[in-house]
Each structure stands twice: as structure tokens, then as C-alpha cells.
Design a protein around this ligand. Structure first.
Ligand SMILES: O=C(O)C1=C[C@@H](OP(=O)(O)O)[C@@H](O)[C@H](O)C1
Ligand SMILES: C=C(OP(=O)(O)O)C(=O)O
Length: 437
């Protein structure tokens, strides 16, 4: 689907969509439990894939108006009766691989062509080290995957610079193994706040897990651990999903680039949590945006501001790269995004995708393996035709940049917002953006 975005001025308030990361974990945690209600879930293409997996393991997820009613499989994953299709969702594939290793039999996992090109090798080796058997049918670490269990727990070591989701997956499954699981990281962990999200959620489900020596000096990346024999059980049998700061980043960037003079864009549902992507508020502030986060009320307010380029390390916050690149294309001077090699292993290589697509709109960009530099502001973005690369975050970031272009911009593949922010274009339209489908 093509969407055309015209130069726009925005005002008003929008509610943040619920967090994709917390929703995936809550659905699976409720699956590991005897049953739980998950309130304010994000219902999107990716989280539906995790719902299907819980069903496949012998649980049942039913959708009610404001919550999911999850009938859990109580820590005993059944052997699925069919292949599990993880669609476009890396989180699903990684979390479900470790869950599958608990079952007394085999599970086959696949996904769309993007997901079938993403790396899972370190997690497959970890399952082997724990006494299961996990392999890529093509022997290249990529899906389709075949996972055989059961594992009983133990200690594994793995690199930390491919995906933090491997650690999350092993902690979530490790809690219901006999012996528990320890993950020793051979390198510093990228995307580390996502494991903090996991620890926060496990705690809310009554599961004890922790870390030692993470973020310290030395060659390794520290250790994450979870005791075995635990039970998932949230207080009062329910869990509430917070707002999603990766999604909020597009709305705040849109406000900073295109809010009406003398007015502002406000985003509600933005409460503090373990999400590293809340760093977007500080990044906007450093770029010169007039931005204010009222943490008690969960409201971020941003005014249109003239922005200047800054350097941003996205080691902890890979999903902010497209947003920051879009801001950089409009900001004066140079925006340097560093420590971004892991952002190349996402739905698409997001470093190259943003460099190439922003060039089509008139920005000047330069990439190395680990950096992306954007020189914006010298002349205005022109508008034109860009490709969302089948990647929800590329679609949304390019749409935000388009708000500040001189002419209309057509974004191809816009339907992919379905993965994390299904009503993105409605929300943008309601804030006053010119959006034609
Ligand atoms: O655990 C999670 O919910 C996620 C972890 C991050 O991935 P990596 O750990 O693979 O960098 C992030 O990019 C992804 O969107 C969601
Ligand atoms: C990379 C992402 O998610 P996943 O790894 O679950 O596909 C994302 O949402 O940007």
C-alpha cells in the first residue's frame, strides 16, 4: 500500500500505543502461568504471532475488549501439532525457540522472508549446550528452525552483540526448568535495556531473576541468571502493559518537526518504565527541541523547534535509529549515530535503509559498519517516492521526515505499520497531518 504524506502542521494530543516488547513477554509469561489477564495489550501482527505460539504450546489466548484472557500451559509446553509461523517477529521467534526447548518433542518455527534472513545461531547453540537440540534447516543460523527438548537448565555462554532477545528467551524459559539457567556473556550486551524490561516483567509475574557484573569493566558482558522450579503468577492474576516509547518516538519527532507555531503535540500514556527508548526525550532536548516529560501524568509535550545535529550512541536503543535519522535529515549540521552495527540485523538493514531512503528525499548521508552520519538542513527535504523496505520502523520514520519536506512524499509498503503501531496513519491524520491513501 502506498501512503502519500504532504507538508503538514500538527497540533493536539495522541495516546501512545501499548508496548510491543511488554505485550510479547506478558502473553508468553501468562502462557507459562496457570492463566492470567493481560490488560491494555498491543494487538498487532507481531504480538498475534506470540498469541499463536501460546495456543500451539497448549495454552489459549482469547481477545476481550480491553484485555487478553490467557489460559496458560502452566510451565509444561506441549509439543505443537503444527509448524509455528512467527511471521515478521524476531521477538516471537527467539522467545518461542527457548519455550520450545522445554517440550518433550520437536517444534518447527518459520517466518516471513525478512525473519528467515535474521540470525539465531547463538540461541541455537545455547539450546544445544543446555542438552536440547536446535538447528537451522539451512545450517546458516536462520529459520526455518527445528528445536528438540526437553532441556533441564544449566549454564551457557554466548556473545552479547547479536541480539538481547536470546538472553530474554533463556531467562523466561529457564524459570520453569529444573536447574535454572545462567547466561554468561562473552561480549558487552547490546540492547541491554530490553533485558531489564524482561527482569521487570518477570518480577511482576513473581519470578526471581537477576544479573551480575553487567555493564562493568573487563572483556565479558556479565551474567544473567534465573533459578529453576519457579511459578509464573502475577499479582491478582493480571498484568497491565505500559505505553511504547519506540512508537512514541515517531509522534514526538513529528511534533518537533511539524507542530503548529504557538501550539504543541502532546503524547499521553508515556509513564516511566525500563524502556531504554524513553531516551528519545533527552535526544530531542539535546537537538534543541522544546520538550517536556511530566512523568507523573505520563504526558510528553513537544513544540516545533529548530534542531541541530548531535551524536547519539544507539547501543542500548537500536529501535530509535530510524527516528533519529529522520530528525537528523531536517536538523542543521551533522547528526552522527554511532554503535549501530546490530541495527543491521533487524527486519531490514536499517542503517543502509535510512541512509538510502533519506538520500532520495535530498539528505546527504554516509555510513560505515558501525555509524550513520546524516547532514541535513542545508536545503529542505524535497519529497519524492521512498520505499518502506517492508519494515514498520522505516515506514514510520520516513513518514515523519515527509511532514517537513517541501513537497509530497509517497511511502511504499505503508501497511507494515501493522507490526507495531497499526493505527499510526490514523493518529498522524488526527494530529492534522496530510495523509492520503
Ligand atoms: O526484546 C525486545 O522486545 C526487543 C529487543 C531489541 O532487539 P535486539 O535485542 O535483537 O537488538 C529490539 O530491537 C526489538 O525491537 C525488541
Ligand atoms: C526489531 C524489531 O522487532 P523484532 O526483533 O521483534 O522483529 C522492532 O520492532 O523494531
Amino acid at each position: 500500500m502506498d501512503v502519500e504524506i504532504g507538508p503538514s502542521t500538527l497540533s493536539g494530543s495522541a495516546r501512545a500505543p501499548s508496548s510491543k516488547s511488554y505485550t510479547h513477554r506478558a502473553i508468553l509469561a501468562a502462557g507459562y502461568s496457570g492463566g492470567a489477564l493481560v490488560y491494555d495489550p498491543l494487538v498487532s501482527a507481531d504480538t498475534k504471532a506470540t498469541m499463536r505460539a501460546v495456543d500451539a504450546f497448549g495454552g489459549a489466548v482469547s481477545r476481550e475488549s480491553d484485555h487478553l484472557d490467557v489460559d496458560g500451559f502452566d510451565g509444561r509446553t506441549e509439543v505443537p501439532g503444527d509448524v509455528i509461523d512467527c511471521a515478521n517477529s524476531g521477538t516471537t521467534m527467539r522467545l518461542v525457540t527457548a519455550a520450545a526447548a522445554l517440550a518433550d518433542g520437536g517444534t518447527v518455527l518459520t517466518g516471513d522472508s525478512s525473519l528467515r534472513s535474521r540470525p539465531h545461531g547463538p540461541l541455537l547453540r545455547a539450546v544445544d549446550e543446555l542438552g536440547g537440540r536446535a538447528r537451522s534447516t539451512r545450517r546458516n543460523g536462520q529459520a526455518p528452525l527445528v528445536v528438540d527438548g526437553p532441556i533441564s537448565g544449566g549454564t551457557v555462554s554466548m556473545p552479547g552483540d547479536v541480539s538481547s532477545q536470546f538472553v530474554t528467551a533463556l531467562l523466561m524459559a529457564g524459570a520453569v526448568t529444573e536447574e535454572g539457567v545462567e547466561v554468561e556473556l562473552e561480549t558487552e550486551l547490546k540492547s541491554a535495556p530490553y533485558v531489564d524490561i524482561t527482569l521487570e516483567l518477570l518480577d511482576e509475574f513473581g519470578v526471581e531473576a537477576g544479573k551480575r557484573g553487567v555493564g562493568g569493566e573487563g572483556d565479558g558482558g556479565g551474567t544473567y541468571y534465573v533459578e529453576g522450579g519457579q511459578f509464573y503468577e502475577p499479582e491478582d492474576g493480571e498484568y497491565h502493559v505500559p505505553g511504547d516509547f519506540s512508537s512514541i518516538s515517531y509522534l514526538l519527532a513529528a511534533g518537533a518537526l511539524a507542530a503548529d507555531e504557538g501550539d504543541a503535540v502532546r503524547v499521553r500514556g508515556a509513564y516511566p518504565s525500563a524502556q531504554g527508548d524513553s531516551k528519545i526525550v533527552g535526544v530531542l532536548g539535546r537537538m534543541g527541541a522544546d520538550v517536556d516529560w511530566n512523568r507523573d501524568d505520563g504526558v510528553v509535550t513537544v513544540e516545533r523547534s529548530s534542531l541541530s545535529g548531535v551524536e547519539v550512541d544507539v547501543g542500548d536503543t537500536p529501535d530509535l535509529l530510524p527516528t533519529i535519522a529522520a530528525l537528523g535529515a531536517v536538523a542543521d549540521g551533522e547528526t552522527r549515530i554511532v554503535n549501530c552495527e546490530h541495527v543491521r540485523y533487524k527486519e531490514t538493514d536499517r542503517v543502509s535503509a535510512m541512509a538510502e531512503e533519506l538520500e532520495k528525499l535530498g539528505a546527504v548521508t554516509e555510513e560505515t559498519e558501525e555509524t550513520l552520519t546524516i547532514r541535513g538542513g542545508e536545503s529542505n527535504l524535497t519529497g519524492g517516492r521512498v520505499d518502506g523496505r517492508g519494515d514498520h520502523r522505516i515506514v514510520m520514520a520516513l513518514s515523519v521526515a515527509a511532514l517537513a519536506a517541501d513537497g509530497p512524499t509517497t511511502v511504499a509498503g505503508a501497511e507494515h505499520v501493522d507490526v507495531s503501531f497499526p493505527d499510526f496513519f490514523e493518529v498522524l491524520y488526527d494530529l492534522g497531518a496530510t495523509v492520503n491513501r
